[in-house]
Write a protein that binds this ligand. Structure first.
Ligand code: ADP
Ligand code: MG
Length: 332
């Protein structure tokens, strides 16, 4: 292990403890054939932990420069799209009663608004960035929610922006990076990565394995996870998911986690947006939705049933799984 990586791991542990999150690098598994030890950096941003890993060793100075670019890129997106910072562009537009978001937003983040609105339309409102508005109309939320919320897609979008920065800086050279922003991963450059899907039932039963499946990720691909176990709301002692059905405003139940893999042409933006959408839709409607609108995306659902854990996968996802702890079913 390179000293730099060890330092990064300690740093991650400190940050994670500070923000009360589980260590983000846990779901990182390195390639078995990997000869060079990776370089990595972790830092807190957008309410979570970011990590940047390079497998092919780049010199320290260049790695530092790339890190600065990626960090600046995430900070820019946060400043523009944060729903909880009243100073963000999104909050200011929201306060000013904006209705035409895509045109009003800074050009740099317009694609994120566009992707969100498109997903909302395609999903018949299951994905709904105007959920705050809906909740107010239903008499819930009492103004706590921003009128427009890109929380389900902004981290993925930030990863795509950062990936572009890395690609631009590395030019035509050989490189192999993995960007991770709170569980939104993108493999940038060449090389495969393996990532573990966290067992959502570990919190209830510590004897269960930490990772319930391992997914192989190819260069250029992204992966995102939406779960009801890391962020949730508690009401009358019951855990409620932080994901709502955009059509009804109800907390979604029945699903513990969804993981989505997308190819380069969809990017991390869609992996993030789709993981939330498919969490709302569930496996049956979700698989039909992918077939129609995003046929190149792969998905995995974990039903919220700790007594008999199992996973449900789209047929192509089945080929990417390297280790499955539980019985798996395929969607049609
Ligand atoms: P996380 O932010 O935990 O990684 P997600 O990407 O699934 O998880 O995003 C969840 C966030 O998306 C919620 O915290 C909320 O801000 C927002 N959200 C919740 N339900 C919906 C929905 N139906 N459509 C769009 N955004 C949603
Ligand atoms: Mg999401």
């Amino acid at each position: 292990m390179r000293p730099g990586f060890k330092k990064a791991a300690i740093y991650a542990a400190v940050i994670s403890a500070a923000i009360g999150a589980e260590i983000a690098i846990l779901h990182l598994c390195f390639d078995r054939e990997d000869e060079e030890a990776p370089q990595a950096m972790c830092w807190p941003v957008m309410g979570t932990v970011a990590q940047m890993t390079s497998r092919k060793h780049v010199d320290e100075l260049e790695f530092g420069e790339l890190y600065a670019r990626v960090q600046a890129s995430y900070s820019r997106v946060e400043k523009l799209l944060s729903a909880w910072n009243p100073e963000s562009e999104l909050s200011r537009l929201s306060a000013a009663g904006c209705t035409n978001w895509t045109e009003a937003a800074s050009p740099e983040v317009r694609p994120c608004y566009k992707a969100a609105l498109r997903l909302a339309e395609e999903s018949g409102g299951a994905f709904n960035p105007r959920i705050g508005e809906k909740l107010r109309a239903l008499g819930m939320g009492r103004g706590r929610y921003s009128r427009f919320d890109l929380g389900a897609i902004a981290k993925g979008f930030a990863v795509d922006m950062a990936a572009e920065e890395v690609e631009r800086a590395m030019g035509g050279r050989y490189f192999s990076f993995l960007l991770d922003l709170g569980g939104n991963l993108r493999a940038v450059g060449a090389g495969e990565w393996r990532t573990g899907v966290r067992n959502p039932f570990r919190g209830v039963d510590a004897s269960q394995p930490d990772i319930c499946a391992v997914i192989m990720l190819l260069g250029g691909e992204s992966v995102a996870t939406s779960g009801n176990y890391e962020r949730f709301v508690e009401k009358d002692g019951k855990r409620l998911s932080h994901i709502l059905d955009g059509r009804t405003g109800e907390h979604v139940s029945g699903i513990a986690g969804v993981t989505v893999v997308t190819p380069r042409e969809y990017g991390a933006t869609l992996a993030d947006g789709l993981s939330t959408t498919l969490f709302v839709m569930g496996p049956e409607a979700g698989a039909a939705f992918l077939k129609r609108f995003y046929p190149l995306a792969l998905a995995l659902w974990i039903p919220d049933d700790p007594a008999s854990p199992r996973i449900i996968v789209t047929p192509d996802m089945a080929y990417r799984l390297e280790r499955i702890e539980w019985p798996a079913e395929k969607t049609r």
